[in-house]
Design a protein around this ligand. Sequence first.
Ligand SMILES: O=C(O)CCC(=O)C(=O)O
Length: 279
Amino acid sequence: MTGAFETVRLTPAIGAEVHGLDLADGLDDATADALYDALLEHHVLVLRGGPLAPDQMEALGASFGPLAPAHHTYPSLDGHPSITVLDTGPDQPPDNAEWHTDLSFRPDRPFLSILQPSVLPPTGGDTLFASLSAVHDSLLPGLRADLAGLSAVHDMGSFRNHTFAEGGVELMNERLAEVGASVHPIVDHHPVTGQPFIHVNESFTTHVIGMAVPEGRRILTYLFDTIARPQFQVRVRWEPDVVVLWDNRGTQHYAADDYLPHRRVMHRLIVTADRRQTA
Ligand SMILES: O=C(O)CCC(=O)C(=O)O
């Protein structure tokens, strides 16, 4: 795929549709650069031209940076460890109807995620994205100043449910040790644009450093409630040919779990580092 494309903003806070790009042809360098710039501006890009074959999905990811290894809990597509399969339905109830930033419990926050559907329910199963820089900018200056000195712990959160179901407390403790926790500033900054954003999420952020649990929880709950307000969001309605890219550095997402008893299968790929980012 080459050449110019058009972006159409979806909401004031976040998201744009990309028109005039045929993803199946692959990205030349100039187009990948332009798509990257659009991503930095809009945080979430909704493209057409899918579903991409696994090799095409990996090639699209690789044009932005290195691909993440297999996920610690979810299965991968056969022969493609970096493509995570999110398969939910009556037998495997959805677990991602929670606002989260992918893998925020890792010390190196992942850069980019790419998601496309493989099986869609007849209706429902939309994905919502929130702009954490819009959330930051909406806070009163005094509150922002108070938050600026604070950091919070992120760990694997409700992945405990999977590990406990699979192997009880032993496996849960093993995975907690293997996956670890990380500490991020509550007011973080996008490493390329410098934009400040609120870096806590209800799936993985568990504790405010230096505070008693109840005190920290009140702050976190206030921020989670703010992130859940619709004016900071865009809602993506999936169709079979839609492919979505988002920048994890300053966004969160939530997969609406309103489609049972139908099945929904999504393929996700994470790009760990941004190869266009300088230092
Ligand atoms: O399935 C979705 O819509 C979102 C997937 C998700 O939550 C994730 O990639 O972490």
